[in-house]
Design a protein around this ligand. Structure first.
Ligand SMILES: Cc1ncc(C[n+]2csc(CCOP(=O)(O)OP(=O)(O)O)c2C)c(N)n1
Length: 563
């Protein structure tokens, strides 16, 4: 898409929407506000952009964030000043920790009123300063294209992330001669060939190397190169927290996901003599509280962002590069993997397969294992699952096999209320793929209002609610640290199936394991959004231990010294 050569007379709002259209944006998520009416009106003349009106800005911003994840392009969200911005901030924080390209446009008070504590006035630079990659207020209509182009460029380049652009209300209706330059090309950093040769030499010599990959693979569209690289250099592959889909899970070299709790993948890292990390920031959860890789363990890191390299773990070899370009360069290097690799990979794969094999538990209501087995059996291979924060997600992440690209969208930031807006965003991005959102009863109610958005915009998702009448994760922590002192974690819920029907969606209540399969089948064929209210036992509160086991000390407390 190109800009226009000659300046044109237009308002700030018109220039803004023109720029957004030229960036190739086809969905914009918003909650309207009078503070950006001049931009809102400009969408009227751009029917090629679908303006999705949400019911709460938290839902809108999550939806834009997940749309960005599902398309690996920049998500765009518009909210009003002050309260709109604060509501949307959950999505900005999510985009920051999840490295998701997002531009949040926020209305602002008229320029003459800046600094007067005018109606709903906020200083966005200070408010978003610690989470956004860049925050900028556009002070003149003719500067709209310059700031917008830069906003998109910053959001998607390097380590992707959120940008906030503040739009004074009067600037949006001001007319000016506006020159619109073309979008900034996304230039990718190439690796240093000598370092790639060094890396491949180390990999060839290592007896027990592991390859850990994260979201950088997904944004670089590096899957083909990654699979070829893993095969050529005979490496077992691990994925990071909530990036399970960065590598096909059915591949014989896939050995697991590094998530909360103990896993055989962690053992493999512990035993490794070379940990190669590509496109992952080595978060607290992926590294098991910053304990893996071990101190002094040989580490090689490839990342697009110099600030990510060595932040928590000092690597012995560091390559700043786009993940795909680095892996493709490595493919041209001689491969002579040390003897014993097949056994090393086989050992990891065997442990992984045992770890993810489902063993349905005793359950009065629905066993989570049955839900996963049915999903695996009934969903098409390219289905997209979204997850929320909550204990239920452990089953969705550990036991489901993610083979397709971008088939798991989850908040690595761990914020509740994500799954349903994310599912809607993913469905709007990929109308032909089946999209299933998964959440707990607590998380569902945080953004339940977006079910109206799904119905209005024809996003026919299936939303699964694992309903245990409790904020189960916190109850688990509570029982572990303060056994039998239950306070603040019980929930009295509405009838979710009836609520869904009131929204115009399909609503089904599933009380027994045997009923889940037929209910899922009905939901998938419904031709409209569907919510399955799945009753799960409070006793089966976590994947690692039952409520009774936790009460009797099966989980070690992180907060209190062992007595
Ligand atoms: C926005 C937000 N608020 C609070 C939390 C803290 N938190 C994490 S999990 C959780 C409970 C989730 O309960 P539910 O959605 O019912 O799922 P469950 O753990 O029972 O499976 C809470 C309150 C959070 N992560 N995000």
């Amino acid at each position: 898409m190109s800009g226009n050569d000659q300046p044109r007379r237009m308002t700030g709002g018109q220039a803004l929407v023109e720029c957004i259209a030229q960036e190739g944006v086809r969905h914009v998520f918003n909650v309207p506000g009078e503070s950006y009416l001049g931009a809102l009106d400009a969408f009227y003349d751009h029917p090629e952009i679908r303006l999705v009106t949400n019911r709460q800005e938290g839902g809108a911003c999550y939806m834009a964030e997940a749309y960005a994840k599902a398309t690996r392009s920049v998500g765009v969200c518009f909210v009003t000043r002050g309260p709109g911005a604060t509501n949307a901030s959950i999505g900005v924080h999510c985009a920051a920790q999840d490295s998701t390209p997002l531009v949040l446009f926020v209305g602002q008070v008229p320029r003459i009123n800046r600094g007067r504590e005018a109606f709903q006035e906020m200083d966005y630079e200070r408010f978003f300063g610690s989470v956004a990659k860049w925050v900028m207020e556009v002070d003149r209509a003719e500067k709209v294209p310059e700031v917008t182009r830069r906003a998109f460029h910053i959001a998607r380049s390097g380590r992707p992330g959120p940008v906030v652009v503040s739009l004074p209300e009067d600037m949006l209706v001001e007319t000016a001669d506006v020159y619109i330059p073309p979008p900034v090309p996304n230039t990718l950093p190439h690796p240093d060939p000598a370092l790639i040769a060094d890396l491949c030499g180390r990999i060839n010599r290592a007896a027990r190397p592991v390859l850990l990959v994260g979201g950088g693979i997904q944004y670089a569209r590096a899957r083909t190169a990654l699979v070829a690289f893993a095969e050529r250099f005979q490496l077992p592959v691990l994925t990071s927290w909530r990036r399970n889909d960065a590598f096909p899970n059915s591949h014989a070299q896939y050995v697991g996901n590094l998530a909360l709790g103990k896993s055989p993948g962690q053992d493999l890292v512990r035993e490794s003599d070379l940990v190669v990390v590509v496109g992952d920031r080595l978060s607290e959860i992926t590294t098991g509280d910053y304990r893996l890789p071990l101190p002094g363990q040989p580490l090689a890191q490839i990342d697009i962002d110099p600030a990510v390299i060595g932040r928590n773990f000092p690597p012995q070899l560091a390559i700043i590069s786009d993940a795909r370009l680095a892996l493709e360069a490595a493919l041209a290097q001689p491969a002579s993997p040390a003897a014993g690799r097949a056994e090393w990979i086989g050992k990891g794969r065997k442990a992984y397969e045992a770890f993810v094999t489902l063993h349905p538990r005793q359950a009065e209501h629905v066993a989570q294992e049955t839900v996963i087995a049915e999903l695996q059996a009934r969903l098409p291979a390219d289905a997209i699952l979204t997850v929320d924060a909550g204990n239920f997600s452990a089953w969705v992440q550990r036991n489901y096999i993610y083979d397709a690209e971008d088939s798991l969208l989850g908040p690595t930031v761990g914020s509740m209320g994500y799954a349903m807006p994310a599912a809607i965003g993913a469905k709007l991005a990929h109308p032909d793929r089946v999209v299933v959102g998964t959440c707990g009863d607590g998380g569902f109610m945080m953004t339940v209002q977006e079910l109206a958005t799904a119905v209005q915009f024809g996003a026919n998702i299936v939303q699964l609610v694992f309903n245990n009448g409790s904020l189960g994760t916190i109850r688990m922590h509570q029982e572990r640290d303060y056994p039998e002192r239950v306070v603040g974690t019980e929930l009295v819920n509405p009838d979710f199936a009836a609520l869904a029907r009131a929204y115009g969606a399909v609503g089904l209540r599933v009380e027994k394991s045997a009923d889940f399969g037929p209910a899922l089948k009905e939901a998938l064929a419904a031709g409209k959004p569907a919510v399955l209210d799945i009753l799960v036992d409070k006793e089966n509160i976590s994947i690692g231990a039952t409520l009774s086991e936790i009460r009797t000390g099966k989980l070690a407390s992180k907060r209190k010294p062992a007595s």
